[in-house]
Design a protein around this ligand. Structure first.
Ligand code: ADP
Ligand code: MG
Length: 713
């Protein structure tokens, strides 16, 4: 064998550098690391295809139409001619090919020298690539190709070939085929060194393929059934690794006995309860406050997730929990995802506390010097008892005298890193209460956010009218304006929300400002005021818009989804969501929760184009049918299947999963939870020799404990 292969040490083969795999080398290894974080043979082995295509299926050119929605296809066609076009960096090489049904064009922008030598006019090729259309003609950029003879001489496989996740940069230099070739070279090097962390009896019990077969079939599926089993096994391993961590951490937390004690229900809590509470607590609020009280007298550190639908009154629960901390001589802080929301919490809390002698301060990224000084000095000296803020709270400069409780509002906006950061403020960890309006099953919540107990507010405050939801297409815009006018004439206020998606930010802002101008100019109510609020505005201008709307000076607020969380204007009765098809279901539900907070009937109008994908239609239909956040969350899981819990918010996920999807693989999640419990009951440290492999698995999915500030947004 070559020098390169003999370099690989058989003991920890999978930990060896990917660069030693034939055909990889320094440059590609660097690229793989930078683009995908692949450094070792094991990393590459766990870089799984995300889909498979059937290489035995050959398409006819005429059957590929624009609407076919095909990601990759294979053609069998003859080369009719070649051409060169463009100059310098824009130079391209095109090849026209033909089968019995039509013609297509293949195009290369790079590697032209290499490809032109391999193209022979009049010859028939198997062509594999992603179809596109250029000037009405089927076209493929940088396809793979081989002559029909070559293809026939290959030994037949199952026909399924993996398509590997890649990045734009990487696919220029190492396409899915390149990736596949690396895996082909890698396999003989590693296959004998793959140890199965799961004993045979364990595998038999859960019906799991041996690890080596699973790896083999995920990359080279021998049949659909084996592929399915391979996926199952690898998902199982990932989720088992995660569960071993969560449960081990939980055990550690519950044996540490270093949680702060809040034994007293004292003056602050009691005065608030007796004199300041503006309305009776709902049964669910009472129950949750009791649960929190119980947690804080055990001597263990609380780590609790509070789920409650939008408008269920979580803020009040947070405030009363913070007062418990104050009564026991501790400080508490509350972290909100946005500046606006932090300011609103401050206002709400100050208003609710009224004349009570509790010092409250705020700290956000936009805090001016005086405000900042007051907050920083006040919390360091202990005079400030409650600190409200944004993620500015986790800056190094923020030093609490005695932080006993941290409340995190709308947790899906924060990654675990931020939470970890808060912990380190004290030698002893404060109690943590995380609040969310996204209802998710407990096992799933734990996989996403780590070791947590869960409380649920499953009851809305009395007297709420269910919000009526309608779906209009753009054609009904005049009707919409008429309806808005009618509501405004009755003294109500209206939100108009536009989507803001990172990838198309510039266009989104244009939609928003166009919409704002249209309403300000064309809306048949010149005497009314329209305010605008979006992320690109200066904080002070945003503030001013929000103030105008809150105080009723503006009747219409045009905004991006920044208002999604927490804004509380009971007089607003209409929520218009523009391009509603672009929002996820949980986001739509959150937005709708901004209305229906007062005594008046409220409405949510979903605006969309005429043409909708099936899923978008299902989402909008569901919104019109129900107001129940739990039902919508369930449906969301079903619709999204392979997606993640909050669209782009996967970054909040505590564990680095490659194949398992905790939202879709709930069944495996439950099984691994049981399995991990049994394994740890038997061998808490996983220190027995036969558990060595499991310990490796546990460590691989230990989650991120490093704090990476670039991830904080
Ligand atoms: P969320 O759970 O979405 O954060 P909020 O805490 O903002 O909800 O509460 C929504 C509204 O309900 C607020 O206006 C709040 O004052 C009101 N509210 C909270 N608890 C009660 C209650 N027990 N009875 C009546 N209204 C309540
Ligand atoms: Mg809230």
């Amino acid at each position: 064998m070559s020098r390169k292969t003999s370099y690989i040490c058989p003991v920890d083969r999978l930990d060896n550098d990917i660069k030693y795999v034939p055909g990889v080398g320094e440059a590609r290894a660097k690229l793989l690391d930078r683009e995908l974080g692949i450094r070792t043979l094991g990393d590459m082995l766990r870089h799984y295809p995300f889909r498979y295509i059937d290489r035995t299926r050959i398409y006819r050119i005429a059957e590929i139409t624009d609407a076919a929605g095909l990601a990759y296809v294979q053609l069998r066609a003859r080369v009719m001619g070649v051409a060169y076009a463009g100059e310098g960096r824009r130079r391209r090489f095109t090849v026209s090919v033909q089968d019995a049904t039509g013609t297509a064009e293949l195009v290369w922008f790079q590697g032209i020298k290499w490809i032109e030598k391999r193209i022979e006019k009049g010859r028939e090729y198997l062509i594999f690539g992603r179809p596109g259309f250029y000037r009405g003609m089927l076209s493929m950029a940088h396809p793979e190709l081989e002559t029909v003879e070559q293809a026939l001489s290959r030994k037949p496989e199952s026909g399924m070939q993996g398509i590997y996740p890649s990045t734009e940069k990487l696919s220029n230099q190492l396409g899915t085929k390149g990736m596949y070739q690396i895996v082909c070279k890698l396999w003989p090097l590693v296959r004998d060194g793959i140890e199965d962390p799961l004993a045979e009896s364990f595998r038999a019990r859960y019906g799991l393929l041996p690890l080596r077969e699973a790896y083999y079939n995920i990359h080279f599926p021998q049949s659909q059934e084996l592929l399915r089993q391979a996926q199952y096994r690898l998902k199982f391993d990932e989720l088992l690794g995660v569960q071993l961590n969560i449960q081990a951490r939980r055990t550690a937390r519950l044996t540490r006995q270093d949680g702060f004690l809040f034994p007293k229900v004292g003056e602050a809590f009691n005065t608030f309860y007796r004199e300041q509470l503006p309305f009776p607590l709902t049964g669910a609020q009472k129950r949750v406050i009791r649960e929190i009280r119980q947690d804080t007298v055990t001597g263990f550190q609380m780590n609790r997730l509070l789920q409650g639908d939008v408008g269920s009154g979580k803020t009040l629960v947070a405030l009363m929990s913070m007062l418990l901390a104050v009564d026991n001589g501790f400080q508490a802080c509350m972290m909100a995802p946005t500046e606006i929301l932090a300011r609103q919490h401050l206002a709400t809390i100050r208003r609710m506390l009224g004349p009570m002698a509790v010092r409250v301060a705020i700290l956000t990224g936009a805090s001016k010097t005086a405000e900042r000084r007051e907050a920083l000095e006040g919390i360091a000296s202990g005079e400030v008892q409650l600190l409200i803020g944004t993620h500015a709270l986790i800056e190094d400069r923020v030093q609490f005298a005695n932080l006993g409780l941290v409340v995190i509002d709308e947790q899906h906006r924060f990654g675990v890193e931020q939470r970890a950061r808060l912990w380190t403020k004290n030698a002893r960890p404060p109690h943590i209460l995380v609040m969310t309006a996204t209802p998710i099953p407990r096992t799933l919540a734990m996989t996403l956010y780590g070791d947590l107990d869960v409380s649920v507010i499953d009851e809305l405050p009395p007297g709420r009218h269910p919000i009526r939801t309608f779906h209009y297409t753009d054609a009904a815009r005049l009707k919409l304006f008429g309806f808005m006018r009618q509501q405004i004439c009755q003294g109500r206020q209206v939100y108009v929300v536009y989507p803001l998606i990172k990838e198309s930010e510039a266009m989104d802002y244009k939609d928003l400002t166009d919409g704002y101008e249209a309403i300000s100019r064309d809306f048949p109510l010149p005497e009314y005021v329209t305010a605008i609020c979006h992320g690109k505005m200066k904080p002070a201008d945003k503030e001013e818009s929000m103030r105008q709307f809150k105080e009723g000076e503006a009747q219409i607020l045009v905004a991006t989804s920044v208002i999604e969380v927490g804004v509380d204007v009971p007089n607003a009765t209409v929520m218009v969501i523009e391009s509603a098809e672009r929002f996820g279901l949980s986001q739509l539900h959150q937005l709708r929760g901004r209305v229906g907070r007062g005594a008046e009937q409220s409405y949510c109008i979903l605006m969309s184009g005429e043409k909708l994908s099936r899923e978008a239609r299902a989402r909008l239909d569901a919104m019109c049918e129900t107001n129940d956040g739990f039902r919508l969350a369930e449906l969301d899981l079903k619709l999204r299947g392979a997606g993640d819990i909050n669209g782009t918010q996967q970054s909040g996920m505590a564990f680095d999963l490659k194949i398992a999807n905790p939202t879709a693989d709930v069944q495996i999640l439950t099984l691994t939870r049981e399995a991990a419990g049994e394994l740890l009951a038997d061998d808490p440290q996983l220190s027995r020799p036969e558990h060595r492999g499991l310990e490796v698995l546990r460590r691989r999915y230990a989650g991120r404990d490093e704090i990476d500030f670039s991830r904080i947004s």
